[in-house]
Design a protein around this ligand. Sequence first.
Ligand SMILES: N[C@@H](CCC(=O)N[C@@H](CS)C(=O)NCC(=O)O)C(=O)O
Length: 241
Amino acid sequence: MVLEMYLDLFSQPCRSVYIFAKNNNIPFDFKQISLLGGEQYGEEFRKINMISKVPAIRDGDFCLGESIAILTYLAEKYKTADHWYPSDLQKRARVNEYLSWQHTAIRMHGSKIFWQKVMIPQVMGVEVSKDRLAGTLEDLEVSLKLIEEKFIEDKPFIAGEQISLADLVAIVEIMQPVGAGLDVFEGRPKLSAWRDRVQAEVGEELFNEAHQMILTSQEKVKNMDASKMQVFKPKIMKMFF
Ligand SMILES: N[C@@H](CCC(=O)N[C@@H](CS)C(=O)NCC(=O)O)C(=O)O
């Protein structure tokens, strides 16, 4: 049975898993779970991942959620090139350091921009106040600065000379606010040069294909039937109000 991947490319962690599998020629069956359509809450998908979040995979009778667990599982199982998840103890620790940090930093702040600029106005019918947006932007700035100064430093990639899972997980998160219309690369030459290197390593075609959905998301969300998006209201109320 071919490996099944449950994904929606709107989602940052889904994009990292997708790009990694494609770039490494790992065969898989793409199972679309439409987040905007609320398909993550369906009973069938709950059997794959009971927390109703993508990405998730099924490999035979083994189901796994959480992008980082999935990426490292794939790297080990398919013995991908060492640079992705280095066997050298300290290089691997450097990758793990980034993977551990990003959840509550860039991931949270980049996602928040997307929710505040794109999702909330459509679902709730109100714009988020300038002050709130400014607070989120400030948090995002801090994370971007740390990525430049602590994680990339003067190296081509986060773990050194070669691309690793850390760079992949970083780029997909950084592209989320870009999808909300915020050009985070403007005025950041170091970050832009790193983005170009990551894109070149992944391959421009695959990079663009994986990000096409998020880069056209403003239009897609605007054209969605607002009544279908009410499924997000409780989540928004809990997270933002
Ligand atoms: N820590 C998880 C996060 C997964 C996650 O938050 N997925 C989001 C999309 S980016 C999701 O499925 N959300 C659906 C929902 O909460 O309804 C990972 O890295 O895989």
